[in-house]
Design a protein around this ligand. Structure first.
Ligand code: BGC
Length: 749
């Protein structure tokens, strides 16, 4: 894609990912080599050990904004046991000053009290902004960012996240999540960039480049590999995937991140087809290093080396677990509470079970990462860091991201609303900050509202600011009835009822569900309001699709807000008012029933139900890519540069997009391909390109995509990417063209 590739090149120049992929600069290299030559084995295994903050804290109550360290414990860990890395918060977000004080204390011990003075690499989950620092810019979660289909917005958000994280003194981020969202029961669905591997690859690449710009941070591509597709829907449980499926769906975003120079890869806590990833030499070494060419650090996830023994039961004891994980390719173990990993590793090397060279390889990578993020030259937090917060441009990007993510799924013309409309707002998410910010906000679960700045506006607050006649009746909480009759009575006096439903915040396995259906209390509330006959607008604040079948048809308009973060309340209320014209597109397939979990790229056989021809096997509530606007866009003059092309040719696809409505608006342009026949069953369609354009009423623009044969690759029977000759359709905005691909060697990207 011409335009896309042009942008990518410009970004590459900014972030120098080429350099990021190459060995550290020669000075850094020399420093790493010299350190390595002087390190004892104990010091080396220490570098491979990562502790969480908790065991280093003083006993008794902790201050809220900072951390009270037990210096003796800190010394025992850093001086006594030579640990190389620390992570996490003890409870919730610290102030910038709190972070600085903590990191100064840690680096003081590491630099002044150890033999070699190697700085500690501190890591944090800044997954939607620097969410563990008070005052940080909180962006929409990845699922909402994906709905923007906007690479630049994702890159900008990542740059700001990096700047604010580094300004807190922290040089390593456990983000971006590059798992694809195909299992909505799973409590981390919202952390993904949606269901499509191409979309996740493109946005993942943008996030990595933004985050690692000027080596501000080391980014982490996680969770390698197949983590997001547990068959049961439960976190950290088996994914029953063939190698072919892993390569088709799960691997591409990681390949893209490695190509963009990502510093770290974090491993999936679950398993693929019986093999825990932490024990998989095949995936961690042969594929990640051998095939993808990854040169950075592989970090385990939380306690996962131990779990090879205690949960996965592929190691008879913890020592065997360490051996298996290190042999598989783990460089650093997030132990995260004790030193057993280091003890066992030391013993394994001393007894010859693991070679010294194997340890040296890991330590070299860890030290190189420390050098790359500038820790040897600037180990302490920058006291001027505070000034990185509260910047106008950061707020502007958060606001753009939120505005472009809001997705209008249905509208019969009820929206936008006039400012004087008499509005009833009801439903639990209207007054809930966790339902606006989601998990990983100031605390892990994101549901401690005492951590938010007093006065942080809810969606109700924002609606009240923009409309003159607003009544609020809660009706129900997220899972129980409060007073549905009172809400219905209020609805009778309103012109429109805005039902704000969805989910309160959650993180990780805590958020797993075994039924996607919207909780009964919320459904009952919606049905009672709809029974009054008042027009209803459904606003969904949620981390995944909850089933709304029973209330969807009677909703006049449906807005998906996702978990849009700090600017979300404003963005959604502006969309309700028409001050913002919505342009988000659904980055996943919204199911109509709990068990109808097909994705947009399903197979042809899944589109019909043989037993009942009146039913389609694929009848989602809303398709992937759904997103309406208050204006109309028309597509015309789709042109393909070739009707028949060789594998070495470039296919140029052009289409004209025209705004034929009355408002200016942004249109996301999606390019799908469909392979007519394949050696394996082809998907009904695949997303192979996207772009966006903002047009004034009456204006038009020609959009151009460039496809190489390699962009049409699928994974064949033998697990290798293959581009198959034959007929393909191109579909952009409902316009279709067809071309024939001739046999021959394919040109790669
Ligand atoms: C999560 C990771 C996270 C790590 C550190 C784990 O439980 O799976 O995504 O980076 O904790 O907080």
């Amino acid at each position: 894609m011409l335009k896309i590739r042009y942008i990518a090149l410009a970004l590459a120049a900014l972030a120098s990912p080429g350099e990021a992929q190459s060995p550290a600069s020669s000075a850094a290299q020399a420093r790493v080599d010299s350190l390595l030559a002087r390190m004892t084995l104990e010091e080396k295994v220490g570098q491979m050990t990562q502790l969480t903050l908790y065991p280093l804290l003083a006993r008794g109550p902790q201050p809220r904004d900072s951390a009270r360290i037990d210096l003796a414990k800190l010394r025992a860990a850093i001086v006594g046991r030579h640990i190389g890395s620390i992570l996490n918060v003890h409870d919730g977000a610290l102030t910038v000053d709190g972070w600085h004080a903590l990191l100064r204390q840690i680096q003081d011990v590491a630099l002044k009290e150890t033999r070699l003075g190697i700085p500690i690499l501190y890591g944090i989950d800044a997954v939607h902004g620097a969410n563990y620092t008070q005052g940080a810019t909180i962006f929409p979660h990845n699922l909402a960012l994906a709905a923007t289909f906007h690479r630049d917005v994702v890159r900008h958000a990542a740059e700001i996240t990096a700047a604010e994280t580094r300004a807190s003194g922290i040089p390593w981020n456990f983000a971006p999540v590059l798992d694809i969202g195909r299992q909505p029961l799973w409590g981390r669905f919202y952390e993904t960039f949606g269901e499509d591997p191409y979309l996740a690859s493109e946005l993942g690449r943008a996030a990595v480049i933004g985050m690692q710009r000027n080596n501000m941070l080391a980014a982490t591509a996680k969770h390698y590999l197949g983590y997001s597709m547990p068959t049961s829907g439960h976190d950290r449980t088996p994914a029953l995937l063939s190698e072919r499926a892993v390569r088709e769906y799960a691997l591409p975003p990681f390949r893209a991140a490695v190509a963009a120079g990502v510093g770290v890869v974090m491993v999936n806590s679950g398993e693929i087809d019986g093999e825990p990833l932490h024990a998989s030499r095949y995936w961690l070494t042969d594929v990640l290093r051998g095939e993808l060419g990854f040169k950075g650090v592989v970090v385990s996830d939380w306690e996962d080396v131990n779990y090879l023994h205690s949960r996965h039961r592929v190691a008879a004891n913890r020592r065997a677990a360490v051996q298996r994980a290190v042999e598989a390719g783990i460089d650093m173990s997030m132990t995260p509470y004790d030193f057993e990993f280091a003890d066992h590793l030391l013993d394994l090397v001393r007894t010859g079970a693991i070679s010294k060279k194997r340890v040296d390889d890991s330590v070299r990578r860890i030290l190189a990462l420390k050098a790359k993020v500038g820790l040897f030259d600037a180990p302490y937090p920058n006291p001027a860091g505070r000034t990185a917060f509260g910047r106008l441009e950061a707020r502007a990007v958060a606001s753009q991201a939120a505005r472009e993510s809001v997705t209008l799924l249905k509208n019969d013309g009820t929206l936008p609303l006039k400012p004087a409309t008499r509005i009833l707002v009801t439903g639990p998410a209207a007054t809930s900050l966790p339902a606006l910010y989601g998990g990983w906000t100031f605390t892990w679960q994101g549901n401690d509202t005492s951590r938010f700045q007093p006065g942080t506006p809810t969606l109700l607050d924002a609606i009240r600011r923009k409309f003159s006649s607003v009544t609020y009746v809660p009706g129900s909480s997220f899972d129980s009835i409060i007073d549905v009759a009172a809400a219905a009575a209020a609805a009778r006096n309103a012109d429109v009822a805005i039902l704000v439903l969805g989910e309160s915040a959650y993180a990780e396995g805590v958020g797993d569900v075994s039924d996607l259906t919207l909780p009964d209390a919320q459904r009952q509330l919606a049905e009672a309001i709809q029974a009054t006959g008042v027009p209803t607008v459904l606003v969904l604040l949620q981390g995944r699709p909850r089933i709304i079948r029973r209330i969807a048809d009677r909703s006049r308009a449906i807005l998906m807000g996702y978990w849009p973060g700090a600017a979300g309340a404003d963005a959604i209320s502006d969309v309700l008012l028409g001050a913002v014209n919505p342009s988000g597109r659904l980055p996943f397939t919204y199911p109509h029933a709990p068990n109808a979990l097909l994705t947009y790229d399903h197979k042809f056989t899944e589109t019909f139900v043989p037993a009942d021809s009146s039913q389609s096997g694929f009848a989602p509530e809303f398709e992937f890519g759904t997103g309406l606007s208050y204006t109309r866009f028309e597509y015309a003059d789709l042109q393909l540069s070739h009707s028949t092309l060789n594998m070495s040719d470039t296919l140029t696809v052009e289409v004209t997009v025209r705004n034929t409505g009355e408002r200016s608006g942004r249109e996301v342009v999606l390019l799908f391909t469909r392979q007519h026949y394949g050696s394996l069953t082809p998907a009904v369609r695949r997303l192979r390109g996207f772009d966006s354009v903002t047009l004034m009423p009456g204006a038009a623009q020609r959009i151009r995509f460039r496809l190489l044969a390699a962009d049409l690759a699928v994974i064949g029977r033998d697990g290798r990417a293959v581009v198959e000759p034959g007929a393909y359709d191109i579909n952009v905005g409902g316009r279709t063209g067809t071309f024939q691909l001739r046999q021959g060697p394919a040109a790669g990207r």
